[in-house]
Design a protein around this ligand. Structure first.
Ligand SMILES: Cc1ncc(COP(=O)(O)O)c(C=O)c1O
Length: 269
């Protein structure tokens, strides 16, 4: 059996498949080569994608292909919701919904009863169930979300993320050294309007030939990002997190402003 995902995405599924070295599974990150395998295939689809925030659809089709949609970021604060989620296997997590990453609390919507039973069995055997502390915490969070009309968190979080993206975009647009991904405006079924981008991460590209390690370039300006190669991509890219606390974000904006204005000053001399 082959597990597969597009390049330029989080590497956890690859690392897990490789680590457990299960005789029946083999990971491929170049989807083009998968068709050479006469085997059943599971495709992981992360949508919106981590790191670049683009909405994705399964690439592979056919009777021997199953897709697992990782919808950790499929919330209206990170992306327009073009349609209600309706895939066969969809996994969700509370971490990016409320900003409580690390809680390891998630859920799945699964259409096939046999897959559902297998998942329950796996959780019981491998995890001995979900920690009661974690369940209590998640319950508290869900109760807080449901206060009022249950939509306030989405409005607040979309506004926060949209504002952050605008601030960042403004700085980067005055730079020729750095670029970030362009996410087009799209109609959102949840907000019932066309809306601009508000992704969780900026996928920064260092454009100068000599800046082949973008995370290192940023690090010299005291900006911490993750190297592109951690996402199966090139180190000319780096991922910056926009979902940190407000004071961390302010510091990021301050340091980026300094970095870009130094560049502009050097160019005007
Ligand atoms: C695409 C994606 N899926 C799943 C997870 C894991 O979610 P959790 O923190 O709830 O385990 C992450 C965390 O960063 C993620 O980026």
């Amino acid at each position: 059996m082959v597990a597969a995902a597009s390049p330029n995405t989080i590497q956890n599924y690859k690392q897990q498949t490789d680590f457990f070295e299960m005789a029946r599974f083999h990971f491929m990150d170049d989807l083009k080569n998968v068709s050479n395998y006469k085997s059943e295939v599971i495709e992981f689809v992360t949508s919106p994608n981590n790191p670049d925030g683009f909405l994705k659809k399964a690439v592979l089709k056919g009777n021997s292909v199953k897709s697992i949609y990782d919808y950790a970021y499929y919330w209206s604060h990170f992306t327009a919701i073009p349609a209600p989620a309706d895939e066969d296997v969809m996994i969700f997590s509370i971490s990016k919904l409320t900003g409580h990453a690390g809680g390891r609390f998630g859920w799945a919507l699964v259409k096939d009863k046999q897959i559902y039973d297998n998942m329950i069995r796996y959780i019981c055997l491998a995890e001995m169930g979900v920690s009661r502390d974690t369940q209590l915490r998640a319950l508290q969070l869900l109760r807080a979300i449901l206060q009022g009309n249950g939509k306030e968190i989405f409005r607040f979080a979309y506004k926060t993320m949209g504002d952050r993206w605008e601030q960042l975009n403004q700085i980067i647009s005055s730079s020729t050294r750095f670029t970030i991904q362009e996410i087009p405006p799209q109609f959102c079924n949840f907000f019932q309007q066309v809306r601009g981008p508000s992704p969780a991460y900026a996928w920064v590209k260092c454009e100068r030939k000599e800046d082949s390690n973008c995370a290192e370039v940023l690090s010299r300006a005291k900006i911490t990002g993750r190297r592109g190669s951690m996402f199966g991509s090139d180190d000319r890219y780096a991922r910056l997190s926009l979902i940190r606390r407000q004071d961390d974000f302010n510091l990021l904006i301050h340091r980026l402003t300094v970095l870009v204005s130094e560049e502009n000053r050097a160019e005007s001399m």
